[in-house]
Design a protein. Structure first.
Lengths: 381, 352
């Protein structure tokens, strides 16, 4: 990133929690009040209308921009008014719920995309999200809690945040808040208690939040080292270019539905190992256009998904999939190949098992990771 | 012993809640006293037993709303343990836990005073600075270059009923309490040091939460929770490239802040040299913080599977077997059998 870009693109700060009601918005508003005291121009660009009384009290005195009203199927939805926020151009804009999906008819489909627009325009953004909305954690969350999260935020959005703040509360305190009616309306409390708000779920999600926050803090330490002039004695050993320990991960993309979880898992491992990540599709037909339309459509979806998680994607032709993958890996200095077992029917499974096992057999000079289908061990079963 | 003590406290209904922070000035006192205020307003009988020497305006305002038990003497902000015991409130606030008791006290450490309160049925809210945790002394010293004298054993934190981390970004902590930080060996330009302390505090809290979760799951007979945390299992044989596998295991453990297990499945007829080599590998793994074990079984695949399930492993590392001997052709390649059998666990196969 060049210097001019850096000064133009503004800071993003994320308040990370593990459930509704842990106090993310409250903490954000309380920090915003302190910032206002210091003379900064802070506005609330979006605020959940069903906020708790304590939270509303904390917002007092802060300027609040009116939401945009959007008609959809005879109902009126309220969304952040991104254009109005751009015109207002405060120092800091507060935007609740980063993972929110905008109603159809909005200019952008995700709130995090609106947030990018504000950042590019030189507005600092403070926002809130729960750990379960992080894209790469989707399968682990499913495995741990039995919940399939619908709205996710790509990891790179959070990674580019300047600061992550963990907002912590004990599950007991959270459950008390819930039972007192401080989080949801009375009619949904029972359902929440037997579903998402189970003590074991909350404990697990809380642990994942703390670990994610620790990881984010760790990543930013490397950034300090890169920007500071003084060599710090306590600095962790840094990655040297051409370092033998530098890993390169290759993800084998197929039309199988398990590819999505493979991409997420590969991305997560690559991020933790500071590794490069390539997604590869091998087609048996001489030309991709000869693939059946449905399969081609699915593959395009998978490759788009890989690119949205900032992976390089490659498409090559080869009669023997396993052999082509292994040769590609060898010629591209790949250290680890990621493959998934199939979730499809018996015939598919038999065919795919061959291809996965063939890779394991052929790639005797490489590391091959067979990524588990985590949904099968999910807590709901 | 931890169990016994916990049981005893529960009989009296006394609970210990810890507010953990990574440095002075993150806002532990405020957060704790604000909870004390809310509890007081809800009708709980709350008193403040000990307070910090330096107080911010916010903290002073909260203290005015709460009953305080004066300390024994003017110059020492010491806790008057007997006065608190006589007053016998429901909840007592102790800020901070890592303070030195005067020589005249009956307990050398304040955390022992807290144990006494808990045994008497008084719940305690207390603040802990990571710098004062015994087991982190060396790590903290390596970061800050300063030596701490007051220490609290980590087991005390692990036995707490509740722990909450009070987290703020390092730059904000610097802005708020630059002066206080100089006393712990951190100057203005050292956000990096604070950030390292912050990471340690977050991981320590995660560890306590994980232990609590495990206790809860056991007590309620729920299926163990898989995957909150990466746990690596490296399986070595005399033929495998054990050195590379263990090195990779250690690297992964460090990067993911996870746990590492290294196992060897016992096999008859090893030469002395092979046995010695295995022992060297296991020793190296232990030195790097891994847990090692020798499994006894005729069926390596199921032995690994059982061990992995029991330890809630998320990734198994194995070496490429030889794929061409008659036994494998008859019963199936063990590597492939393990992959098929590992439900919900990633399997990483290493070059031989």
């Amino acid at each position: 990133m060049s210097e001019s870009e850096e000064t133009q693109r503004r800071k993003l700060k994320v308040y990370l929690g593990y459930a509704a009601g842990v106090g993310k918005t409250f903490q954000m508003l309380s920090d915003a009040q302190a910032a206002r005291q210091r003379g900064l121009d802070v506005v609330i660009a979006y605020f959940e209308p069903h906020a708790r009384p304590d939270t509303i009290a904390q917002a007092e005195g802060l300027e609040m921009l009116p939401p945009r009203q959007i008609d959809y199927r005879n109902r009126v939805f309220k969304e952040m008014d991104t254009d109005a926020t751009l015109r207002r151009k405060p120092d800091i804009a507060l935007v609740d719920e980063l993972a929110h999906t905008n109603v159809p008819g909005s200019e952008r489909s995700k709130r995090w995309e609106d947030v990018q627009v504000l950042l590019e325009a030189g507005i600092e953004v403070w926002t809130t999200m729960n750990v379960q909305h992080l894209e790469s954690l989707y399968d682990q969350i499913w495995q741990v809690t039995g919940i399939q999260v619908r709205e996710t935020v790509p990891d790179w959005v959070v990674r580019r945040a300047a600061e992550i703040v963990a907002v912590d509360v004990t599950p007991d305190a959270l459950l008390n808040r819930l039972k007192r009616g401080a989080i949801y309306k009375p009619e949904v409390i029972e359902k929440a208690l037997s579903g998402f708000f189970k003590t074991s779920n909350l404990g697990a999600l809380r642990e994942m939040t703390l670990r994610q926050a620790a990881h984010e803090v760790d990543l930013r330490q490397t950034a300090y080292d890169e920007t500071s002039d003084a060599g710090l004695s306590t600095a962790a050993p840094q990655e040297v270019p051409g370092d033998a320990s530098k890993e390169r991960i290759l993800i084998v993309v197929t039309a199988d539905p398990s590819t999505a979880m493979l991409i997420r898992r590969g991305r997560r491992v690559a991020d933790y190992l500071h590794a490069d990540c390539i997604a590869l599709f091998v087609h048996r037909t001489p030309n991709v256009t000869e693939l059946p339309a449905e399969e081609r459509h699915t593959l395009e979806k998978h490759l788009r998904f890989a690119r949205s998680l900032q992976m390089e994607t490659r498409v090559v032709s080869g009669v023997d999939i396993a052999k082509t993958v292994v040769e590609f890996a060898r010629s591209h200095q790949v250290t680890q190949v990621f493959v998934a077992p199939s979730r499809g029917g018996l015939r598919d499974r038999l065919l795919d098992r061959n291809f996965v096992e063939n890779i394991v057999r052929l790639a005797e000079d490489l590391q091959v990771t067979v990524v588990a289908d985590r949904s099968r061990r999910s807590a709901s079963s | 012993m931890k169990q016994v003590q916990a049981e005893e406290n529960k009989r009296w209904g006394a609970r210990l809640k810890i507010f953990l922070g990574y440095a002075p000035g993150v806002g532990k006192s405020y957060r704790m006293l604000d909870e004390a205020r809310r509890r007081h307003e809800r009708g709980e009988d709350v008193v403040v037993g000990a307070v910090q020497g330096q107080q911010s305006e916010d903290v002073k305002a909260l203290l005015q709303k709460l009953e305080s038990i004066p300390s024994q003497s003017e110059e020492h902000a010491a806790l008057d343990l007997d006065a608190v015991l006589r007053r016998a409130p429901q909840v007592c606030v102790i800020d901070p836990l890592g303070a030195e008791n005067p020589a005249t006290s009956r307990n050398p450490h304040r955390w022992q005073d807290v144990q006494e309160l808990l045994r008497s049925g008084i719940s305690v809210l207390t603040s802990v600075n990571l710098l004062h945790v015994e087991e982190y002394r060396e790590k903290v010293q390596a970061i800050t270059g300063k030596h701490t004298t007051e220490t609290i054993p980590k087991s005390f934190l692990l036995a707490a009923d509740d722990i909450v981390i009070v987290d703020v970004p390092a730059d904000l902590c610097l802005a708020r309490s630059g002066e206080k930080l100089t006393s712990i060996g951190i100057s203005n330009a050292q956000e990096r040091k604070l950030s390292e302390l912050r990471e340690l505090a977050l991981l320590l809290t995660a560890e306590v939460v994980d232990a609590q979760l495990e206790t809860y799951v056991h007590a309620h007979g729920i299926q163990p929770v898989f995957g909150t945390h990466e746990r690596f299992l490296v399986c070595i044989t005399p033929e495998s490239n054990a050195k590379a596998m263990i090195q990779s295991g250690i690297r992964n453990k460090e990067r993911f802040q996870g746990e590492l297990y290294v196992v060897y499945i016992h096999r008859h007829g090893l030469s002395c040299e092979e046995s010695a080599r295995i022992e060297t590998y296991l020793q190296a793994a232990r030195n790097a913080g891994a847990t090692t074990e020798i499994l006894q079984s005729d069926d390596p695949v199921s032995a690994i599977g059982e061990f992995a399930t029991q330890k809630r492993i998320t990734q198994i590392f194995i070496g490429h077997g030889s794929h061409d001997n008659w036994r494998d052709r008859l019963f199936g390649d063990p590597v492939l059998r393990l992959i098929r059998a590992s439900d919900g666990i990633d399997v990483r196969v290493f070059p031989q």
